[in-house]
Design a protein around this ligand. Sequence first.
Ligand SMILES: C[S@@+](CC[C@H](N)C(=O)[O-])C[C@H]1O[C@@H](n2cnc3c(N)ncnc32)[C@H](O)[C@@H]1O
Length: 338
Amino acid sequence: MGSGSGHELAVQRAARSEVELDPFDPVLDSPVFDLSVLGTQPPLRRLPPPEAHGPSNVDPFANINACTTEHLDQLAHILEVRGAQPWQSKMRARCFKAARLAEGMSIVEIGCGTGVVARELARFAGRTGRVVGIDLSPALLDHAARRPSPPGASKIEYVLGDAYNLPFPGGYFDASCSFTLLAHLDHPDRAIREMTRVTGRTVMVFDQDYQTLVFENSNTRLTRKILQHGADYNVVDGWCGRKLPGMLVRHGLEDVGCCPFVYCERDSQSYLITIAERFAALAVRHGVITEPEGIAWVKELHDRSAEGTFFASLNYYFAFGTARHDVRSRTTTMEIPS
Ligand SMILES: C[S@@+](CC[C@H](N)C(=O)[O-])C[C@H]1O[C@@H](n2cnc3c(N)ncnc32)[C@H](O)[C@@H]1O
């Protein structure tokens, strides 16, 4: 690799990446790192104020309707960028297969955001099925409604609603799911109880476990500080992913299965870099690291991407089970993704 021309190196780099990148795209050579996201974060959500009792959790998805329009547009963009990563899409397809979703089913997604997952569910459910997306944010639902339902699927219905109080009678859907919602809730158990109530058959939950976030960076001490702080303060529950199977068992679901995934990226033009930037910005804002440290840390990630040594990963977990309203959960199974 040492003797290759710049062009060859760029081609090799793109070939190694999971994401299709144009090796001639100038964006590869002009990394963007911007700590200005700090200024667009919503107000700190937990009282008393941080000065008195240390930093507060600033998870924007936990307080979605307090976000500015600009911040909501950024979040919508990030959800779509994440959703478009081929590996993310493969993980979702694997989950739907494991949970045996089939054409003709009625499925509700709670916390649907811009509709990334709902659109894939609609493909599975087909013309004879029905997909409903629920979200607490009118603005994100608006983003979702502007995108067409996939060809060959019935029109997705988007409904304003709260995970804690779903506007449907018991057993209304064949299946319900939440994808990266529970980590942002103060009371995930209440949401699972509601999902179980409105579901006749399959309940599915999928989440990232922020504590498992990995970035290759030469400054180990700084990396630890930034990632730990982000897992503790940029999301309500940085350990959510690992808790999913247990939560379903506790809610009396039967035949609870679990698929673990390690999601990985090898360039800084994808999704995980957006977490790195947000975590670094938050660590600066909370005084855990200095601004020059934050900038240097993020810059190294982009430099690594340019030279082909960028590596980042994050664990995701999918758990699913059968809602039987009169039977307690008896068994647990483990599904290994193929
Ligand atoms: C991280 S996003 C996930 C969006 C989508 N599932 C995806 O994977 O692209 C979390 C979503 O949950 C929504 N949300 C947060 N609290 C909620 C609640 N109590 N009820 C319904 N939706 C909620 C947010 O508005 C946001 O759209």
